[in-house]
Ligand binder design. Structure first.
Ligand code: PLP
Length: 364
């Protein structure tokens, strides 16, 4: 049969597997599989979406000017150096397509965020996954992987799904050692959660260089994953590229309104970070007390390491039978681990109880 065929590399793409959201036959489901914020939609964003309803017959402001100004004000950045996207994924794709391409290589760490590989494959680039050290990006090995064909490096900090964080000084040294023709995309999707003193989300590096951009999202701490809104901070020449390639109306009327409102929701980010700082160790210690290794994390999630694929799968089945959906991460090369989002206090308690029961079940 003759049918329209895409470029050959397209059919080599492994489709993104999203965190699942329901379990047939179970009424109350705890969805801890997608690192969404624990507290729902910010009330002011909810109202802004309702208020935007009468405006949705019009196209959005394609330049997202008011939103860029609000982001600029909040983070102390020049709005002219900000580009908004339909989720930060949108911007990661634009980077891969614009700077990658056939004959061009893209570098990521072995357990880096799945979208980097998908976007790089889509661009027709060779995507080089560099082995990690102790489940943390090995920056020296990534530098050693740079060739004349390298055009882009994707680096999530903290990384999803491992939760590992790279200190600011290490990232700065890495950036300084990269050839000037290589674009460094620092994905700081979890920046707002980080409390570690050695962390820098990338703003300083973007300011200090011509080949670094930082991506951020409203999908995690800001509680707007379903609206699809993210942004990046970049040098003017990269802003220019992204403004040529992105969809002209890539961020909807409702998404822009919601994000502007979420930015000024009083205390929202502070409360989300404080909750995470308190409950992430409670979750991690609670799981570790049942004999399951938990890797250190700076995000709003932890990674439980069961040692074997069989035990991870059995734990996943057990949690599902208790209405708890976590994230299998075999696609990240970590089939012996599960990633678990830090939920509300009650959800954290229910996860720990389930792990305790699992341990009794397994040992009994
Ligand atoms: C969740 C996440 C994103 C955000 O994606 P959006 O498209 O903005 O929802 C980006 N990078 C990483 C590493 C993530 O975990």
């Amino acid at each position: 049969m003759t049918v329209p065929k895409p470029r050959p590399e397209i059919l080599g793409i492994q489709p993104y597997v999203a965190g699942e959201s329901d379990l047939p036959g179970i009424n109350r489901v705890l969805k801890l599989s997608s690192n969404e914020g624990a507290f729902g939609t910010p009330p002011s964003a909810r109202q802004a979406i309702i208020d935007a309803l009468d405006e949705v017959f019009r196209y959005p402001d394609g330049s997202a000017r008011r939103l860029r100004e609000a982001i600029g004000k909040r983070f102390g950045l020049d709005p002219d150096r900000i580009v908004c996207g339909a989720g930060s994924d949108d911007l990661l794709y634009q980077c891969a397509l614009a700077f990658g391409g056939p004959g061009r290589e893209i570098i990521m760490s072995a357990h880096g965020f799945a979208i980097y590989k998908i976007a790089g494959d889509y661009a027709g680039s060779r995507v080089v996954k560099v082995p990690e050290r102790n489940l943390t990006a090995d920056l020296d090995a990534m530098l050693a992987a740079v060739t004349p064909a390298t055009r882009l490096v994707f680096l999530a900090n903290p990384n999803n799904p491992t939760g590992s964080m790279l200190p600011a000084a290490d990232v700065a040294r890495f950036q300084a050692a990269l050839p000037a023709h290589v674009l460094l995309v620092l994905d700081s999707a979890y920046a707002e959660y980080v409390t570690h003193p050695d962390y820098e989300p990338g703003i300083k590096l973007v300011d200090a260089s011509d080949n670094t951009i930082m991506t951020r999202t409203f999908s995690k701490i800001f509680g707007l994953g379903g609206m699809r809104i993210g942004w990046c901070y970049a040098p003017p020449h990269i802003v220019d590229v992204l403004n040529r390639t992105r969809g002209p109306f890539n961020v909807s009327v409702a998404a822009q309104a919601a994000a502007i409102a979420a930015l000024s929701e009083p205390g929202w980010v502070e409360a989300g970070r404080a909750h995470n700082t308190k409950y992430r160790p409670i979750l991690a210690d609670g799981i570790a007390a049942t004999g399951v290794k938990v890797w250190p994390s700076e995000g709003n999630f932890v990674m439980a390491d069961f040692g074997t694929v069989e035990q991870a799968n059995a734990a996943d089945e057990f949690l599902r039978s208790h209405g708890i959906i976590v994230r299998k991460i075999g696609g990240y090369g970590l089939p012996h681990c599960l990633r678990i989002t830090v939920g509300t206090a009650e959800e954290v308690g229910l996860v720990i109880e389930a792990f305790q029961e699992l341990a009794r079940h397994t040992n009994g």
